[in-house]
Design a protein around this ligand. Structure first.
Ligand code: SF4
Length: 755
């Protein structure tokens, strides 16, 4: 299962010459981000300086990682690419399809039965094509990548938006859609618009109740969910080097919540310690030889305002624990202000559940600090007021914290230890009573808290905070409990003040595990058979999308004008729909069912222009498709924020949507639309959004002249016969226009493999 040390050494040997050349070309000292980007150029040594936020650049990532929900579609696509093995080291992780209900043992058994055909499919495709396969129960993709594969200075892509977690080990790790992963697995380059750079200088030192999680909760509060769009965040300063590697991972993990392309930290002692503890001394030895290349040039951090597009400074010594939410991770409230905020906003004060773990906060240190709070509750005879659940990030973590007594500590409080998997974090939670949709509050150490995400209840107010704060709030049962100042009553009626949490950064006795849950691929997979039943409702072999007919799109109908926030959860909901992630026809029945129709302010109710009736969005799309009528989706700002799932692009493509016209896009979703052969367009004038009417028929005027940098003109014909011509911008370059013309990026790859 081990990482490929020879590959890492090759990256480092390329890095020195490439970084030196890039410094010459750029003509100034380089940030760490630039060093990693320039040393991973597809064309090798840099011959030009790239414009941040301007130039599209081809890169050569070192690794690919896929999780089970997205891997199904990625591997179904890869099977079309005509390759014998993957071109770069790749792993598949089974973590999203396991429902949390009664606890790990029975939940895992149920998942292994219910999702058997999917796991078997992923296992056999992995076996055939040289992909490392992590079985159900082995852990969550990003924790396993951090423990086994991430390395300083590397570049990785993954079919999950929290791939960025590996920035904690000094990588540039970026969440992509499955189609991008298929490109790289097929031996092709991966394209990214050269990002802008945000520097975050961390001064001071974390102490007491403040944790690395609070850094990113504060950054999210400052930058908002859109603030990092198109940018890579580079953390530095004494506060950065003084925190643990896994704490850095938590901070990078939630970079996805500010829309950042990724986040990273320079190589330091915390990374050396973590690599050594996870049995990778040879990576330390290799990295130490090029250590100066694995952090920014000294001038950069000395004068950061000169080298970053935006600079933020946070003094960790003054940072308070934060509790972000509800419904969005960028609504930050310092713990000292929560009493007033909760009262002013009418948030339910009673905490019903505290959930610890996920890929965001599953480190040994996280668990140890949370356990130190739990132990105090037990010692002082405090009965917790809320229920507790834990999702360990990996079997290695679970095994080690069990060995070290932490699981037993949690179990004394009646904690349910769920499978080493995503569980409630992705809506895979059979929470008793959630269907009653009562207004309630939960606190968790995950990264996202969009409406309905954890339990499907739109009235669950989910708040994101550190594991130790989750423990304290759940024990107190109050959202407005401030453990820094408040006391709790124990079962004898005595007031007890909790001490600040404490936990070892790494296990004193080292990590341990009996069966990590890894399956190595066959040496020669040519005889491995992959079976997909034609009657399966979980998996469906793909047929290529039709190429563009070379004509203007005309007579299209408005499918939906989405109002306000429209995340990938709104476009392709997770939760119960995860089971259809390998079956395009079936999962398309969730297309845009969470999006709010701007004309009636109702979700999943749009006018079918053929009948005048209001119906579910997928039903109306299917009606238009059956009638041979193309359709168009209109949206608001940051459309498609959230996850990297390409289903949010494939479903509209499959159901006959030709274009998505919005005020602005989240980056990954925009790329996914392009890859699937759709038109992803933005209003040249945002106010034109208001001109779109419910009964509009839409005609493209100059699509036949589709060209880079040239806006498109689109005619909206209203029911009364009046018209508006709207100018739409796009970011397609010449090769992306080639994807549109071919019908999808994959169509082009397959054509090249077969030629
Ligand atoms: Fe799983 Fe949640 Fe992490 Fe996504 S964010 S990988 S759903 S634990």
């Amino acid at each position: 299962m081990a990482f490929d040390i020879e590959m890492i050494k090759k990256v480092y040997s390329n890095m020195t010459a490439r970084v030196d050349a890039a410094r010459e070309v750029v003509g100034r000292p380089l940030t760490l981000t630039e060093k990693i980007l320039y040393s991973h150029l597809w064309d090798g040594v840099a011959t030009q300086a790239y414009g941040r936020g301007v130039d599209y650049v081809d890169f050569a990532p070192d690794r690919v990682a896929c999780q089970d929900a997205t891997a199904q579609m990625a591997l179904l696509q890869f099977m079309h690419a005509g390759k014998k093995t993957v071109a770069v080291p790749t792993t598949v992780h089974c973590d999203h399809l396991i429902l949390a209900k009664n606890g790990a043992k029975s939940d895992l058994a149920v998942a292994n039965t219910q999702s058997k055909e999917v796991f078997d499919f992923l296992s056999s495709v992995s076996n055939k094509y040289g992909i490392g396969f992590w079985k159900p129960g082995s852990g969550i993709i990003h924790q396993i990548v951090l423990e086994n594969y991430a390395f300083p200075g590397g570049m990785m892509i993954g079919t999950d938006s929290h791939t960025v977690n590996a920035g904690g080990l000094g990588m540039l790790a970026i969440g992509v859609g499955g189609a991008d992963a298929v490109d790289v697995m097929s031996g092709m380059s991966w394209e990214l618009k050269f990002p802008k750079l945000i520097g975050v200088k961390l001064t001071g030192k974390l102490s007491g109740w403040t944790a690395p999680k609070d850094v990113i909760l504060k950054v999210a509060d400052i930058l908002t969910v859109k603030g990092g769009t198109g940018a890579i965040v580079e953390y530095f300063g004494e506060g950065a080097t003084s925190m643990s590697c896994t704490g850095k991972g938590t901070i990078c993990n939630m970079g996805a919540e500010i829309g950042a392309t990724t986040s990273t930290f320079g190589y330091d002692d915390s990374m050396r310690r973590y690599l050594t503890a996870t049995d990778r001394q040879d990576v330390v030895d290799a990295a130490d030889k090029v250590a100066s290349y694995l952090t920014a040039d000294p001038e950069v951090y000395a004068n950061p305002e000169k080298y970053f597009d935006q600079l933020i400074e946070i003094n960790l010594s003054e940072l308070e624990p934060h509790i972000n939410g509800p419904f969005t991770p960028d609504r930050g409230t310092p713990v000292s202000k929560m009493k007033a905020e909760a009262a002013a906003n009418g948030w339910p004060i009673k905490v019903e559940w505290g959930l610890i773990g996920s890929c965001t906060n599953s480190s040994y240190e996280d668990m140890a600090r949370a356990a130190s709070i739990v132990n105090q509750a037990v010692e002082h005879g405090i009965t917790p007021k809320a229920e507790f659940g834990i999702n360990p990030g990996s079997e290695q973590i679970r095994y080690t914290i069990e060995r070290d007594g932490m699981i037993a500590a949690f179990e004394k409080l009646g904690t349910k230890v769920f499978t080493n998997a995503c569980g409630p974090c992705i809506g895979q939670w059979d929470r008793a009573g959630a269907d009653k949709e009562e207004k309630n509050t939960i606190v968790h150490s995950f990264n996202r808290n969009f409406s309905k995400r954890a339990d499907g209840n739109p009235n669950t107010h989910a708040f994101v905070t550190s594991p130790e704060m989750v423990a304290a709030l759940a024990i107190s049962g109050r959202l407005d409990f401030n453990p820094l100042t408040d006391t709790l009553m124990n079962d004898n009626g005595e007031a007890v003040k909790l001490n600040a949490p404490f936990g070892d950064e790494l296990p004193k006795r080292g990590f341990d595990v009996e069966d990590a849950g890894f399956q190595a691929p066959a040496e020669d997979g040519s005889s491995v058979k992959i079976v997909v039943s034609e009657t399966s409702d979980r998996l469906q072999l793909l047929a290529p999308f039709d190429p563009w007919d070379g004509k203007n799109i005309t007579g299209a109908k408005l499918l939906i004008k989405a109002f306000g926030k429209c995340t990938t959860d709104h476009i392709s909901m997770a939760g119960p729909w995860l089971r259809f992630r390998g079956h395009l026809d079936n999962i398309s029945n969730n297309m845009l069912i969470g999006a709010v129709n701007a004309f009636n302010q109702t979700a999943n109710s749009v006018k079918n222009q053929l009948t005048g009736a209001y119906e579910a969005v997928p039903a109306v799309a299917r009606a238009y498709k059956a009638a041979g009528i193309p359709s168009i989706v209109v949206g608001d700002h940051n459309y498609g924020e959230g996850s990297s799932r390409e289903h949010a692009a494939m479903e509209p493509r499959f159901l006959g949507v030709k274009a998505v016209l919005v005020k602005s896009f989240a980056r990954i979703h925009e790329t996914n639309l392009k890859k699937q052969g759709l038109l992803g367009l933005t209003f040249a004038n945002e106010a034109d959004y208001d001109k779109i009417q419910e009964d509009d028929t839409i005609n493209f005027i100059d699509l036949v002249d589709f060209a880079p940098g040239k806006p498109l003109s689109i005619e909206f014909v209203h029911a009364d016969g009046s018209k508006d011509i709207i100018l739409a911008n796009h970011t397609y370059n010449a090769s992306q226009i080639g994807w549109f013309v071919a019908g999808s990026a994959l169509n082009l790859i397959a054509a090249e493999a077969n030629s």
